[in-house]
Design a binder for this molecule. Structure first.
Ligand code: COA
Length: 188
C-alpha cells in the first residue's frame, strides 16, 4: 500500500518534469508543512519565496494540530488555498501520520521550514534530525523569515483578534475576515 503511494509520487515527479519542458533536468518538488491555524503573513512570506526556488511547492496542512485549534482542518486548508491562488506552482493538501512518508508519496525530496528566531532552533533542529534519521534522502531546508514577520505566530494573531486589535498586515485579508467572524460568533 505504502509502496504504491511512493510509486505514485515518483510518477507525479515525472509528470512535473515533463510539464516544465525540462524532461532531462531533475524537477524539484518541495513540501512546506505546518498547522496553519491560521496561515499568517509570515507563512506567506516563506511560501512565496520557496515557490520561486522550486518547480512545485506543496503546502501540507497537518490533520492533527497538537494545540486546541480555532479552525477545522477543512477551514485551514481552504484559507491556505485561497491565500495561495496567485501562485501557480503551489498546491495545498492535508496530511496525517509521518511527514516524511507524505513527502515520499509526493515524489518530493525537500522539506521547507521557516526559522524566525534563535528560540525556533532547538525544536527545528530536533525535528530535522529525526526526519533525516527516518528518511536520509530527504533534506530539510530552512528559510529565514523576513524581518517584519519575525515576531509573528498563529497564536499571537489569534490573541490580537480576540482582543479586537488591528490585523492588517499580520494575515492575508481573507483570513482577517475569518478571524473576526470567529470572534463575533462568540466562539472565542
Ligand atoms: N511565520 C509566522 N509564524 C510561523 C512561521 C512563519 N514563517 N513559521 C512557524 N510559525 C509559527 C506557527 O504559526 C505556529 O505558531 P503557534 O505555535 O502560535 O500556533 C508555530 O510557529 C509552529 O508552527 P506549526 O505550523 O505548528 O509547525 P511545527 O513546526 O510545530 O510543525 C508539523 C508542525 C506538522 C510540521 C510537525 O508537527 C510534523 O511534522 N508532524 C508530523 C508528524 C511527524 O512526522 N513527526 C515526526 C517528525 S520529528
Amino acid at each position: 500500500m505504502k509502496r504504491d503511494k511512493v510509486k505514485k509520487g515518483e510518477e507525479h515527479l515525472k509528470e512535473v518534469k515533463e510539464k516544465s519542458g525540462e524532461a532531462g533536468k531533475k524537477a524539484m518538488i518541495a513540501v512546506y508543512p505546518g498547522t496553519f491555524d491560521p496561515i499568517t503573513s509570515g507563512h506567506m512570506d516563506i511560501i512565496e519565496r520557496a515557490s520561486g526556488l522550486f518547480d512545485e511547492l506543496i503546502v501540507a496542512v497537518s490533520t492533527h494540530p497538537e494545540k486546541n485549534a480555532w479552525f477545522t482542518l477543512q477551514e485551514r486548508v481552504e484559507m491556505v488555498r485561497q491565500s495561495c491562488q496567485h501562485l501557480k506552482n503551489v498546491s495545498v493538501q492535508s496530511f496525517q501520520g509521518l511527514l516524511v512518508q507524505f513527502v515520499r508519496e509526493k515524489g518530493a525530496r525537500v522539506i521547507i521550514k521557516g526559522l524566525r528566531a534563535v528560540s525556533d532552533f532547538d525544536y527545528e533542529f530536533q525535528m530535522a534530525a529525526m526526519n533525516r534519521k527516518l528518511a536520509p534522502e530527504i533534506e530539510t531546508i530552512f528559510l529565514m523569515t523576513s524581518l517584519p514577520y519575525a515576531y509573528l505566530s498563529s497564536s499571537i494573531v489569534k490573541e490580537v483578534a480576540s482582543l479586537r486589535g488591528c490585523l492588517r498586515g499580520l494575515v492575508p485579508d481573507l483570513v482577517a475576515q475569518r478571524l473576526i467572524e470567529k470572534v463575533n460568533e462568540g466562539r472565542r
